[in-house]
Design a protein around this ligand. Structure first.
Ligand SMILES: Nc1ncnc2c1ncn2[C@@H]1O[C@H](COP(=O)(O)OP(=O)(O)OP(=O)(O)O)[C@@H](O)[C@H]1O
Ligand SMILES: [Mg+2]
Length: 480
């Protein structure tokens, strides 16, 4: 029968679970009054059922068989012994068990369904179950789980619902537990949210009930082995060659740079790409909550901050890392994201000999970014007159690069802005490059172009002295 992987106890009979009906939330269009101003229809595409009826039925049936088999496997297999089994051996074993159970139950599957079933069973036993296929899908950037029945994925900047589901909340919780216990964390009612890193480097966050009302919420930012480089980003239209040349000069001449943007707008990707301009001879220290940056230089020290444990102990904050980094003789410091008290040390480092440092912040524009920095300083409990705060910011930060995810899903560097000093109480800034939107195609793609604003960089002379003599023409306000 189930050979050496079978637990010594006897198998329990399994009840076939009733299929969970899929909620059909598609609302009927409301009739509008004849004289009402025409409104654009609200996008309800996620509510539509995907695939044909026959396809769906087939999937549902397969799903039921799979659940039944999963349960048999989990209840009967000796999981500890499985951990040490070789992949090929395990696949053969799982397929043999599946055949046996199918046969016993008189279920006939075609070859394709059978191999899909075997694959899913393998993922369930050894990996992260339903998530495994999405993790292996190179076209998926983000995986967002809203309770067991709804998994969204992001492809090419666009969210789409996937046809993959978990059986129920218990199944989802089991996978979450598997992930967080592998990194020595715990998640339950009293610790309802957790950050972790998957074995492949992907960033993982989960929030479980009762705080998550309709079932656990999971967000995964997939780790890309080959991070997008400057050339990729130029090819994708995220910025232009001219902007890249400017950014190269800015990084090489050690300007302090902040990448600002909303969630998922491409901040980390931009920061990573900018870092490629750093000279290989420099010693770089990076500080992140979850290590995502992949610097190409030889001399890199990576740090990952740590939240407090269940007893509230053991925290090593980004600020602690930063303070310590200053004693580690860095040439440059890169902080993955500045969002709290570490802002003080970051600005101080930028002001005191660690030029060329970089970080990201959550903000929607360069001006907004500066306000965010001011707020962070205030929240850190530093009592300083606003003018002094601003003067500290203006002398620390040279450049703010704005990353945005536009409504059509494209990610672009929508602005490059320099901080040039103070005028009275106000920080003075000048925008050098921007993405100019001009309209929308019928299929909702944004039409626009990059342009320089006609303002020459405040740092042109510095660039020239450092050997980055950019032609004045790159600042010409023409379409690029
Ligand atoms: N210009 C681009 N074109 C296509 N994909 C991109 C581009 N920039 C970033 N991406 C992809 O978008 C996703 C989000 O990027 P990234 O992690 O850099 O965003 P972020 O702003 O740092 O997000 P978060 O706020 O969650 O930290 C990644 O999968 C990345 O590979
Ligand atoms: Mg990021």
């Amino acid at each position: 029968m189930f050979s050496r992987y079978k637990k010594p106890s006897d198998a329990q009979p399994v009840q076939t679970p009733a299929p969970t009906p899929k909620a059909d939330t598609a609302a009927a269009p409301t009739a509008s009054a004849a004289n009402a101003v025409a409104r654009k229809p609200v996008n309800k595409k996620f509510a539509e059922t995907t695939g044909s009826d026959r396809d769906r039925k087939r999937k549902e049936r397969l799903g039921e068989i799979k659940l039944e088999l999963h349960r048999e496997l989990l209840e009967n297999l000796n999981l500890a012994a499985l951990e040490n089994a070789a992949e090929a051996e395990l696949r053969t074993e799982i397929s043999a068990i599946a055949s046996e159970v199918l046969e016993a139950k008189n279920i006939v599957l075609n070859r394709e369904d059978r191999s899909q079933l075997n694959k899913e069973l393998y993922d369930e036993v050894t990996g992260l179950g339903p998530l495994e296929a999405l993790l292996q899908d190179e076209t998926v950037n983000d995986i967002l789980v809203n309770g067991p029945q709804q998994i969204f994925v992001e492809r090419d900047g666009k969210l789409e619902i996937s046809d993959i589901t978990f059986k129920d909340e218990k199944h989802l919780m089991r996978i979450i537990d598997k992930i967080v216990s592998a990194v020595g964390r715990r998640v339950d009612e009293s610790n309802p949210y957790v950050d972790a890193r998957l074995a492949d480097g992907s960033r993982f966050n989960a929030m479980v009930p009762p705080i998550a009302v309709d079932g656990s919420l999971v967000s995964i930012r997939k780790f890309k082995k080959d991070k997008l480089g400057i050339d990729d980003l130029v090819n994708f239209g995220a910025f232009t060659e001219e902007m890249a040349a400017f950014l190269q000069a800015a990084v090489s001449t050690r300007l302090n740079i902040i990448v600002s943007g909303g969630t998922g707008s491409g901040k980390t990707t931009t920061l990573n790409a900018l870092s490629s301009f750093i000279d290989d001879a420099e010693r770089i220290l990076t500080i992140e909550d979850t290590a995502e940056l992949q610097l190409q230089q030889t001399h890199v020290g990576r740090m990952e901050s740590r939240p407090p444990n269940v007893e509230g102990k053991g925290e090593v904050s980004p600020r602690d890392c930063l303070k310590n980094a200053l004693r580690m003789r860095p040439d440059r410091i890169i902080v993955g994201e500045t969002r709290g008290a570490e802002v003080i040390d970051m600005l101080q480092a930028m002001n005191t000999g660690h030029d060329g440092s970089m970080t990201t912040i959550h903000a929607n524009s360069a001006r907004d970014g500066v306000s965010r920095l001011e707020n962070m300083i205030a929240m850190a409990g530093i009592e300083m007159p606003i003018k002094a705060v601003r003067s500290q910011i203006s002398s620390a930060v040279n450049l703010i690069v704005q990353a945005s995810r536009l409504q059509d899903g494209s990610r672009r560097m929508t602005s490059i802005t320099e901080i040039t000093g103070m005028e009275g109480d106000v920080i003075s800034m000048q925008e050098l490059f921007r993405f100019q939107r001009v309209g929308l195609t019928p299929d909702n793609k944004i039409i626009g172009h990059y342009t320089a604003t006609g303002v020459r960089s405040h740092y042109s002379e510095r660039f020239r002295l450092w050997g980055f003599d950019l032609p004045a023409s790159i600042y010409d306000p023409t379409k690029m």
